[in-house]
Design a protein around this ligand. Structure first.
Ligand SMILES: Cc1ncc(COP(=O)(O)O)c(C=O)c1O
Length: 357
């Protein structure tokens, strides 16, 4: 959270705490309608197409687990770049729905053409595909997928798309109408900077019936709200969402995106010459935003990656995160934030030259 959002969040916590059940029973619903309105304007959706969740995981598990247009023998498809818990949710469909689960590997770094041809080939090789999971920005490599183009391919092949936008909204601008995807899970507590505990599920109006009602709802229920029963949530966190959006708007979504892209390009351009350093996103701006991962040649297993990350932190004071799960092996993720400075980037460049020079 940015400081103004944190201050508001604390004030909401005090208010909710003081006004207690009276607030919960009589006013929270009205306030949430305002919150949904603010979010819907940012994402270019209708407020009734949004359901607040506690995080992206809850939204995506509800969408994947509840997707009921699958018949035994159908195929569902996902890739190595997708998030672990969502991969597991897709795997669970083998037992829950009797489907065949196919996992593909996206080349790295992926060019625009390579990303499209990888998904095109996967859909062609698996003609029974009825559900495709896409991750707009991969938390592993930083790959930004051309979602609109791949979703159009999927539609043409008779497959529906569930989009994991946990890491994208706020890092890049997202206009849901442009994507052509009917089911999306978002985080509001990552790049939008809302308090921890706010996620979002989007279901295009009229598509609610494709997701099963929650087990605690009537099986005949039709509303979006009936798709997820969270129980009591953190009211104060939700109330601060419009403040997070206001701050995001004050910085300017385009300026914020440009800034983190600039920081990414600043370090990447200074270490491209290192022969021992693999950079896992392509420089084509369509294929990355702020995040980009690296791998030091010859130090590619999980233990070696952990040692490189430890060296970056202990010797150079640069905090990075190791990530596994890519077909190409484990890697180290580098994520600039709004508070990252050019001096921080200079230190990162020095560190990367130190570990891979
Ligand atoms: C691509 C992606 N999907 C889903 C998630 C899950 O988000 P959360 O832990 O907030 O539910 C993450 C979290 O890092 C992510 O990076």
């Amino acid at each position: 959270m940015a400081r103004p959002v944190l201050e508001k969040h604390k004030a909401y916590l005090d208010q909710v705490n003081q006004r207690n059940s009276y607030y919960a029973r009589r006013e929270f619903g009205k306030d949430m309608a305002q919150v949904a309105g603010a979010v819907s304007r940012h994402l270019n959706v209708l407020p009734e197409e949004l359901l607040f969740t506690r995080n992206a995981t809850e939204a995506l598990q509800t969408l994947i687990g509840g997707f009921n247009l699958l018949k035994p023998g159908d195929t569902v498809l996902y890739a190595d770049v997708d998030y672990d818990a969502m991969q597991a949710a897709m795997d669970s469909l083998a037992v829950r729905r009797g489907v065949k689960v196919v996992k593909i590997a996206v080349p790295q770094p992926a060019t625009y053409d390579a990303a499209l041809s990888t998904y095109q080939k996967a859909l062609k090789d698996n003609p029974g595909t009825k559900l495709l999971l896409l991750t707009q920005i991969s938390h592993r490599s930083g790959l930004l997928l051309p979602v609109k183009e791949i979703a159009a391919m999927a539609r043409a092949a008779g497959a529906e798309v569930i989009l994991d936008a946990a890491h994208s909204w706020g890092q890049i601008e997202v206009d849901v109408q442009q994507l052509g995807v009917d089911f999306i899970g978002f985080n509001v507590h990552k790049w939008i900077g809302a308090p921890i505990g706010v996620g979002l599920m989007y279901v295009k109006k009229g598509r609610e019936s494709a997701i099963d009602p929650d087990m605690s709802e009537a099986p005949t229920a039709t509303t979006l709200e009936s798709r997820l029963h969270t129980g009591t949530t953190n009211f104060a966190a939700y109330l601060a969402v419009p403040d997070a959006l206001a701050f995001h708007q004050q910085v300017g979504p385009a300026a914020k995106e440009a800034r983190i892209r600039y920081l990414r390009d600043l370090w990447v351009s200074q270490v491209r010459d290192l022969k021992n350093l693999e950079i896992l996103t392509d420089d084509d701006p369509r294929m990355h935003a702020g995040i980009t991962s690296i791998r030091v040649k010859g130090r590619t297993d999980a233990a070696e990656n952990a040692k490189v990350a430890a060296e970056l932190l202990e010797k150079y004071k640069v905090f990075t995160v190791t990530r596994g799960g890519l077909a190409g092996g484990p890697c180290i993720r580098i994520t600039p934030a709004l508070y990252t400075t050019e001096a921080d980037v200079a230190q990162l460049v020095k560190a990367l030259r130190g570990v891979a020079g």
